[in-house]
Design a protein around this ligand. Structure first.
Ligand SMILES: CN(C)C(=N)NCCC[C@H](N)C(=O)O
Length: 264
């Protein structure tokens, strides 16, 4: 199994995240809180995403990343490979994402005189506290919502990227840097626009019992949220998700492509 896509995914994920973290936490007035942790974690998650995506395409089309410019895979295969990568990366992402959301929801990162101490002192303390309070399975709170969010949207993510690259690149040639940046950025926007409703539900499931009531499942969380806040609740954070998604994914795809060209 070629490993270069896993390595390129790891590095490109870290580079993309540095750009996106302030956007990600501004939704919760957090800015740069908990940044060091996601760099390591999302780099690993991105490595799994791009590695599984590329190797699934290899299994479906018998073409390597380099060969795919001359023999482009069908969009059906790209979508299926993207969904597979999206499904598998949830197993890595779920604990990391839960810890990130819990830390970002702490508006008081450090104890201040007269104010209650923050619930979690950092990512490791957060993980240990969740395990002690809920058992290891507690680290996968919200994983179903994450799986429903990421599996289809990552198929859309890679299809959008491939389609936009092909629209701006002569047949059989590699896309230019500008094409990769634009295609990656819009792939991020389109996929996050589709993902936002379940992203809202996912975050509520992850904060259940702390900031939201405990839900009986994804559907209960959706119904309860609509009852209390209307259908608009599903689009909370859409603007910031989209503003963040363009630079993050433009850089992610550009660094991924260049690392594989350099490697290949
Ligand atoms: C809609 N979703 C969940 C995605 N498009 N995920 C893949 C992009 C991940 C990238 N590190 C980011 O944070 O945007």
């Amino acid at each position: 199994m070629p490993v270069e896509e896993f390595v390129a995914g790891w590095i490109s994920g870290a580079l993309g995240l540095v750009l996106g973290h302030p956007f990600d936490t501004v939704k919760l007035l957090g800015f740069f809180k908990g940044m060091s942790f996601p760099i390591a974690s999302i780099a690993v998650v991105n490595s799994v995403l791009f590695g599984v995506y590329s190797n699934t395409l290899l299994a479906l089309t018998a073409t390597s990343h380099q060969e795919r410019r001359a023999q482009p895979p069908s969009y059906a295969h790209v979508f299926l490979a993207g969904c597979t990568g999206g499904f598998v990366q949830v197993y890595c992402l779920a604990p990391f994402d839960l810890i990130k959301v819990r830390l970002q929801n702490q508006t008081e990162p450090r104890a201040r005189p007269g104010s209650p101490p923050p619930r979690y002192r950092g990512p490791v303390h957060c993980a240990v506290s969740i395990c002690q309070e809920e058992g290891p399975r507690g680290l996968f709170r919200g994983a179903w919502a994450l799986m429903l969010r990421d599996t289809p949207t990552l198929g859309i993510y890679f299809v959008t990227y491939e389609w936009l690259c092909r629209q701006s690149t002569p047949e059989g040639q590699s896309p230019s840097s500008a094409s990769v940046l634009v295609a990656g950025g819009f792939a991020g926007i389109v996929s996050w626009a589709v993902a936002t409703p379940l992203d809202v539900i996912k975050s509520r499931m992850q904060m259940a019992g702390l900031k939201h009531r405990v839900y009986r499942g994804v559907l209960d969380c959706m119904a309860s949220s609509v009852r209390q806040e209307g259908l608009g609740v599903f689009f909370r954070g859409l603007t910031i998700n989209s503003a963040r998604a363009f630079p993050v994914n433009a850089v992610t795809f550009l660094s991924y492509e260049y690392l594989l060209r350099w490697w290949g």
